[in-house]
Ligand binder design. Sequence first.
Ligand SMILES: [Zn+2]
Length: 470
Amino acid sequence: MFDLLLKGARVVDPVNNIDRVADVAVEGGKIAAVGTGLAGEARETVDLTGLVLTPGVIDPHLHLGAEFGSPYGQRMTALSGVTTCLDMAGPVRSIIEDTRSYGCGINVAMLEGFSPMRQFGTESPTSGQMGKWIDESLDAGAIGVKIMGGHWPVALETELELVRLAPQHHSYVAWHAGSSTAGSNIKGVREVVNGIGDLPLHLAHINAYCRGRVNPVVDEAEEALSLLRAHPNIWCESYISPLNGTILACDLSDGHCTDHVTCNCLRTYGFSEDMKGIEGAILAGKLFVIRDNGTVSELLEGKAALDHWKAKGTKTAGSFPVNPAASRFLIATAKREDGSFVVDSLCTDGGCIPRNVIIPMGLSLVRFGALTLPEFVVKASVNAARHLRLVNKGHLSEGADADITVFDFDRQQAVYTWVAGRRVLDHGKLLQKGANFITSERGRAAVEKAGFTSTVVSFDTPEPARFIAK
Ligand SMILES: [Zn+2]
């Protein structure tokens, strides 16, 4: 007898070349069968007629750390139809802690953010210090580390050393391009690409370097795509929301902004890089402020945004609508000669930043005709599962994890999710608590000590070949 029988949805599973109306059976948290008119008894049957069922959506770049907006990132992510996510900055310990109160049953992997002033009290730590810090990050439960070169840039050589050290410490490594010599822009991308040689790297949110700061937007997007075509060792994602996310805290002694991304955005819109500039940008509708409303975090605009930012003594996060449509579109849809995608996945860079739009915006690309529905699934699940070495996710083969997203194509909205066969999302309601952490062998103890389950992955194995949809 099956635990669960999901009947009558359009099932889209590119790995198994399935795109048709079918039933999906689940037993023991795993996919038991996919077929037409599956017979047999089930403890629970759900009629999904008219909906689309895919392997669980994976968001490979978002933020769950409360400093980026609120502690509700997992909730906001789960509400958007995502079943697995990669946090790209930590802090790992506080995310695990917040999961006790705000977890909702999804799979969470984490990277610890590299901010050397905070971690070592110097911008130029030694290799020994950095190696030890990588080990400590893994011990805390992270799968690896992330260079925050856009927000807290340091010397290129220090950042490169972290990329070299990561594989030696069995650690995943990601980079938000930017250093003391190049900004968080296409010049920063050139620096990364030229510096890392053949080392593996997750280069974060490729769209964010193509905002027309150095060259025209489309030229920057074309350059980024050609650099990626020439350097297949780089894995990357892009987000498809117009909004970015940044920290709006200012140094109250002199009024200056503390975050380089905020400074860049203010400059883009012709505002000064200080409290006066932030105030001007908010009132001009070029900057939104994030407020924790007690359940999720939301975007405020205009006077309400300004009042909240002031009431918090500037200690808030915010979003500028800085991502041009042209670069988002080109980057989300570009392919290599072999038919694989140049930019492997769609992400949100959201989580606790309110822009968890893989399903609504991704399906807009499908409606536009820029992606087929199976291609959307490749970019929203298959590629990130393979890259994260989650061999039992991203497809609905018999024995795969029963991580499933069901959405309404016409309304471009998630309706249900199941994670390991448990219903997490049901028409806007979340039904589970806790989380399953994706971690390394070193991190398992910390996760289990905190009372959560774990899935152990290893990045010692080479990157799987890029998936090509038939
Ligand atoms: Zn990010």
